[in-house]
Design a protein around this ligand. Structure first.
Ligand code: KG4
Ligand code: ZN
Length: 357
């Protein structure tokens, strides 16, 4: 029996310090041996958003013991590790640098290969941690930092079908929550308030709804909500606004996902149609229900990774490391941290006021 690779993954691109050890079984199915995630919500709460310098300081304080705990929890010994994989981008440069430098130093000390991982590639491959699936498949990543449709064609081969041209969906949830006086990160609370509200009370804009393919835009919603929130007097109005916001973004996602399905099918002609939804916003039940219905309607198999693999984690970084390790795809120790690192280098940069469709 050949020894199966043991990969240690490190993730520090934003406000989660995470370390994981994974391996695989005889059939090549990944096994997560440990998956430690330390969130910094309390550090950033009073500022209403992630403060990069504070996030970096917190990563520095925690990284040693989180690596140690991940190794201890895995039941393996440090000498058994075959490679170290660290997120190198995209993300906050001061945060990326911590996990990247730690990973490089650790690899160098152990005299093992180092693998620099694209965080988005981690999200894209995360469903492979707990579901058997073949390429190609379609991913919708909806988190606090990203909102995009990706066709995952093969390892290292991605086509971005659509992206947000301004705010990420999680960011829109958090900003709406802030306008309603809810603490950061308020996204999950919007879902709670929405249950008590009338989703048809407020008519909100749906930017680029009828153009721009499956690209997304949420910044206009925030402006509309700001105006309404100023005049809100009762709790019921608050609930109504939360419900109207949630209904509007669900309708936007319904329409844009349908477009993404047809673009994915046109490009890939897949044998089995698979749709993966990852990122923190995938926890939202009304968005989930809508996407599951759409998948049933269009004959897609829907996959929602468990929440600990949906948000930022290091198991997904180790997963990319494992795939690359098997192909001897290693990186040099001078690999830079890349705050911007699109998975599909050919896709146009679609951010800012100048974007026209
Ligand atoms: O993927 P994630 O855990 O972390 C990163 O963004 O990197 O996603 C966090 C985002 C936050 O914006 C949070 O408000 C949002 O996901 N979120 C939700 C829900 N749970 C988390 N948004 C809407 N409904 C939820 N139930
Ligand atoms: Zn992420």
């Amino acid at each position: 029996m050949n020894k199966k690779p043991l990969i240690l993954g490190i993730e520090t691109s934003c406000d989660e310090t995470a370390v994981s050890l994974i391996t695989e079984n005889e059939q090549g199915i990944p096994i997560v041996l440990s998956n430690i995630i330390s969130s910094q919500v309390d550090v950033h709460k009073e500022f209403g958003g992630v403060v990069p310098e504070l996030a970096a300081r917190s990563h520095i304080e925690k990284i040693d013991w989180i690596v140690q705990k991940a190794i201890d929890d895995s039941g393996r010994k440090i000498e058994e590790i075959d490679a170290i994989a660290s997120t190198a981008g995209p993300g906050l440069i001061v945060c990326l640098s911590i996990g990247l430098s730690f990973g490089k130093a650790f690899a160098s000390t152990l005299n093992k290969p180092f693998i620099a991982v694209n965080h988005l590639e981690g999200h894209a491959l995360s469903p492979k941690l707990n579901s058997e699936l073949n390429y190609p498949y379609l991913v919708l990543l909806i988190s606090g930092g990203h909102s995009q449709f990706l066709s995952v064609n093969d390892l290292g081969k991605y086509t971005r079908l659509g992206t947000t041209i301004d705010d990420a969906l999680g960011e829109a949830f958090d900003k709406t929550a802030k306008l309603l006086g809810i603490e950061f990160p308020g996204g999950p609370q919007i879902e709670v308030l929405a249950k008590k509200g009338d989703p048809n009370k407020y008519e909100l804009p749906k930017p680029i709804f009828n153009k721009g393919g499956c690209n997304l835009s949420f910044a206009g919603l925030k402006t509309a909500i700001l105006k309404i929130a100023k005049n809100i007097k009762t709790d019921q109005e608050k609930f109504d606004l939360a419900a109207s916001f949630q209904k509007t973004v669900t309708e936007i996602l319904y329409k844009k996902t349908k477009i993404a399905f047809s673009e994915f099918e046109k490009q890939n002609n897949p044998k089995e149609k698979i749709f993966v939804v990852a990122g923190g916003v995938a926890a939202n039940q009304s968005i989930r229900d809508m996407l599951i219905n759409l998948c049933n309607e269009k004959s897609y198999r829907s996959i929602f990774p468990p929440i600990e693999l949906c948000g930022d984690n290091a198991a997904m970084i180790a997963m990319v490391g494992l795939e690359k390790f098997k192909l001897n795809q290693f990186d040099n120790l001078d690999h830079p941290a890349k705050p911007r690192w699109p998975l599909d280098e050919k896709a146009a940069f679609l951010k800012g006021a100048g974007v026209k469709f």
